[in-house]
Design a binder for this molecule. Structure first.
Ligand code: ATP
Length: 495
């Protein structure tokens, strides 16, 4: 049975062995921090996406969705601050040539100290790091690394370069290289475009399009799911930190001055969304940001207890009017909203203003890892007579890649025909799996390993009285039920 330290490795191996996640272009030895989703992984990912999309757009009347392009006019990223500010402080070890994100290097050291009983030292180091990061004090950070004799994991030495900033945006060339294909707004003229590092800007530049065509009244939100790209330096930890990933973001446009109350509102709403999956309240916590991003006046993360410790899964940011204001300035297009509501501060209509924004931003892949790690369980089922164990993925039924397995006990005597008919009945409503091969116990274990909540076995008695055996994944209990109840039971569980 995997203990805490190798549980993560066991999950990664399981994800590969059972068709959830493969390293990208694996036949060429993979590509660092890029992954492909396999047959069951893509189903799980889509179910998570749908769960988010439906909760965020259908459950709130004042939120609508869009699907903006990955490529955007390069001035977008100048205006948003990403060209100048989307940097991470990095440090290189001169002996191994390995590059580290400064915060990760120090956090790793603090974790080691904490694990060996030096909790106070770990706390002090982290507090000093936060204070220095907040001031961009790179000399101070380097001194902190040197004073604590923090070493490179590869070379084992403390021979460090100075700390430098490294921009995380990927860029590429647009169109032919002979002439510019980019309209010269904000001093274009070149062909360089960026792969968006966040989906949010696609929402900001469409704020007025959506507001006007959708006749949206503030407060309202725009949601989006899409790819984002970051040239992450420390790209390990499986799909936790990828170079190509997907974000599920929502920008909520509000009246200036109401940001504190809406920030609290969205913190609570988003935590509720997580808790509804039933993985346990104690597995989540909020972490307030000390160093705020260039656009924020308050920010926090929802952290989950991953096998690698409590880490961010979602960010909630009060982004002020920074982005819309910047786009107004760079594009010379008004980003204002006209509001007839009475401002309680002045007793007069609000009139024209640039809305403030609260953002909720969650990584789809990171949420996938959360679901996978929360669901993964190794169970020892040994009895005095027999050694036995199983790996089961206890996915919430609505997220499970496969909802129902239909398993005729034998490949003859008309049993497959009954199974096929049940399959035809159910397949239009949810994903089913049909299998006649191997001993039934083996088939159950394969379904446990991909997290199928229900298995139904068809045997000779089915022919006599139209009943089947339903087996529940989590309890492994079996029950005789009428064949025509199967669809209903599954449907009720995946609602
Ligand atoms: P981190 O501190 O982990 O680098 P961040 O604070 O830069 O993350 P945000 O910019 O707030 O992240 O992005 C919002 C969400 O997008 C994160 O909460 C995370 O779930 C996801 N995300 C960000 N970067 C990555 C990545 N490289 N791979 C996978 N998901 C990511």
């Amino acid at each position: 049975m995997a203990n805490d330290s190798n549980r993560f490795q066991a999950i990664i191996s399981h994800a590969k062995e059972y068709g959830f996640v493969f390293p990208s272009s694996e036949i060429y030895d993979g590509l660092q921090a890029v992954y492909d989703y396999g047959q069951w992984g893509s189903e799980l990912k889509k179910n998570i996406k749908d769960y988010w999309w439906e909760s965020m757009t259908r459950m709130y009347e004042n939120i609508v969705g869009i699907d903006a392009a990955i490529f955007m006019h390069p001035t977008t990223w100048k205006a948003s601050g990403h060209v100048d500010n989307f940097n991470d402080p990095m440090i290189d070890n001169k002996d191994s040539k390995k590059r580290y994100r400064v915060d990760h290097l120090i956090e790793g050291y603090a974790e080691e100290q904490s694990a060996t009983g030096n909790e106070q030292l770990a706390k002090d180091v982290l507090a000093q790091m936060d204070a220095l990061l907040a001031k961009d004090d790179f000399a101070g950070l380097k001194k902190l690394i040197e004073d604590n004799k923090i070493k490179c994991a590869v070379s084992g030495t403390a021979n460090w370069t100075d700390i430098r900033q490294f921009n995380l945006m990927f860029s590429t060339e647009f169109g032919s290289t002979e002439s510019s294909e980019i309209p010269p707004s904000g001093g274009g003229g070149a062909n360089k475009v960026y792969l968006r590092p966040e989906t949010a800007q696609g929402i900001f530049v469409n704020f007025l399009n959506v507001q006007k065509t959708g006749r949206m009244k503030i407060p309202f939100g725009i949601a989006q799911i899409g790819k984002a790209f970051r040239n992450e330096i420390v790209a390990r930890q499986f799909i936790f930190r990828m170079r190509e990933f997907e974000q599920m973001e929502m920008q909520f446009f509000i009246q200036p001055g109401t940001q504190k109350q809406w920030y609290e509102y969205w913190k609570e709403e988003r935590l509720k969304w997580h808790l509804a999956l039933g993985f346990g309240k104690e597995q989540y916590r909020f972490h307030d940001h000390v160093k705020l991003a260039h656009y924020a006046d308050a920010a926090c993360d929802i952290e989950f207890n991953f096998p690698i410790g409590f880490k961010e899964v979602e960010g909630i940011h009060s982004r002020t009017d920074f982005d819309l204001k910047q786009h107004q300035e760079y594009s010379k297009k008004k980003m204002q909203y006209f509001d007839n509501d009475i401002d309680p501060a002045t007793n007069k209509p609000y009139g024209n203003y640039i809305p403030y924004v609260i953002e909720t931003s969650i990584g789809l892949d990171r949420m996938f890892l959360l679901v996978l790690s929360a669901a993964y369980e190794e169970q020892d089922l040994s009895t005095p007579e027999k050694q036995d164990s199983r790996v089961v993925l206890k996915f919430p039924a609505k997220l499970a890649p496969m909802k129902l397995a239909i398993l005729p006990l034998l490949k003859k005597d008309g049993l497959p025909e009954i199974g096929r008919k049940l399959m035809d009945d159910c397949r239009t409503s949810f994903r089913c799996f049909y299998e006649e091969k191997d001993a039934i116990g083996k088939r159950y274990r394969r379904m446990d390993a991909i997290g199928t909540p229900f298995c139904v076995t068809i045997d000779h008695q089915t022919k006599e009285d139209n009943t089947v055996t339903i087996r529940y994944r989590d309890t492994m209990q079996q029950e005789r039920i009428p064949l025509d109840k199967v669809k209903e039971i599954v449907q009720a569980a995946i609602m």
